[in-house]
Design a protein around this ligand. Structure first.
Ligand code: GAL
Length: 376
């Protein structure tokens, strides 16, 4: 019997005894534990250093509060012990559902076991939680397709391919470098796999050359997705592999924060104007959207976090009413223990021309925010 059912039975018993005392007829009282205001959803987000997670946290909170739920929202400062402790506290404070975007996808098994023992459903938010049977649902985007879209945007930016997938005019060879996200984030592997499957034929036929020779995810990953670490790696690559007039033409970057570090390194090394390398991204962070608008960054992948938040709320409500949330993928996301039923949202590539129709017209950003490179 689950905890909520026990609570419901408890309050039904209480209602009955109160009815007996007051002499009220049957049917008075009701089950107060099912009122949204009595239910708390714990929302654990990884960090506030990236604007997207702030937007995600706020969206989830606002949408849940609009439905009358209590929300316990915590940010973990990209520190694994802090996140573990925050989730522990959410459980002890009596959360009814947990929504978690993990820092390290494998570090929360203990917390998830405690949640399962207390019958608290767990929804993995955007990042899959691995190595635990106690992940009940996953809301995210099609992460492999994000990688494909990033690599395709690199090919389009270089002119090797056109936006509609046809062969482009440019023949290369082009010098490129590859970046990946944090190895402890399940998504980083999906992005890199999607990108490499797309780029490999062009590397094999010599159109693209990874000058540094660094093509394994372990060699190109950036721990915790840190902008400064990406900048340092790009600086190191420029000094070690781009000497004697060799120029870098393109950089596969899986996330806007990394892209900004990479762009800073390139600018400091004197790259500018029409010769500026093609740099990809992800998340449509406002500072990067401005860089795209200014013609510095080539593209980003837009993942509408409003829709992701909405799906997390839909899944949480399903659990709170003892229903299974509706999945649209029950095959892709094996977390090492089981396949986690998932709801995956589509993604969209944004080049300069797409900023207005995709980001501004949908109300994601205003034209003023894009011009200022700052939200709010
Ligand atoms: C990933 C996420 C990306 C990006 C990255 C860095 O897990 O899917 O969209 O936000 O983290 O925060």
């Amino acid at each position: 019997m689950n905890r909520r059912l026990l609570a419901a039975l408890g309050s039904a018993a209480l209602a009955l005894s109160m009815a007996a005392c007051s002499g009220d007829g049957a049917g008075s009282g009701g089950n107060d534990s099912d009122q949204p205001g009595d239910l708390t959803i714990g929302v654990s987000m990884p960090t506030q250093t990236s604007e997207r997670w702030i937007a995600d946290g706020n969206s989830v909170k606002e949408k849940l509060e609009a439905k009358g739920y209590q929300v316990d929202l915590q940010y973990a400062g990209d520190d694994i012990p802090t996140q573990s402790q925050q989730v522990d506290q959410m459980i002890t404070r009596g959360a009814d559902v947990l929504i978690i975007a993990a820092i390290d996808g494998t570090a929360l098994s203990g917390q998830l076991q405690a949640a399962a023992d207390a019958d608290i459903p767990v929804i993995a938010y955007d990042r899959l939680i691995r190595d635990s049977p106690n992940v009940d649902f996953y809301v995210s985007f099609d992460n492999y397709k994000v990688g494909v879209a990033q690599a395709t945007a690199l090919l389009v930016g270089l002119g090797v391919q056109t936006k509609d997938g046809a062969k482009g005019e440019a023949k290369g060879p082009f010098n490129i470098e590859l970046f990946a996200g944090s190895l402890d984030d399940n998504n980083a592997h999906f992005f890199f796999d999607g990108a490499m499957d797309t780029l490999k034929p062009f590397i094999d036929d010599g159109t693209l050359k990874v000058t540094s020779g660094q093509t394994n995810i372990e060699q190109v990953a950036i721990l915790r997705w840190q902008q400064e670490a990406a900048q340092r790696r790009m600086e190191d690559l420029l000094t070690s592999s781009y000497t004697g007039g060799t120029k870098v033409d393109g950089v596969l970057s899986p996330y806007d924060g990394l892209s900004r570090g990479i762009i800073t390194a390139l600018q400091n090394a004197g790259y500018k104007g029409a010769d500026f390398p093609v740099v990809t991204g992800q998340d449509a962070e406002i500072a990067s959207v401005k860089l795209i608008d200014d013609g510095v960054q080539s593209s980003t992948i837009f993942k509408d976090t409003r829709l992701l938040a909405e799906q997390a709320v839909v899944a949480a409500e399903a659990f709170l009413t003892d229903k299974a949330p509706e999945a649209n993928d029950t095959e892709t996301y094996n977390n090492g223990v089981k396949v986690v039923p998932s709801y995956l949202l589509p993604v969209q590539t944004v080049y300069k021309d797409d900023i207005k129709p995709v980001l501004i017209d949908s109300g994601y950003f205003t034209a003023e925010e894009v011009a200022a490179g700052q939200a709010g």
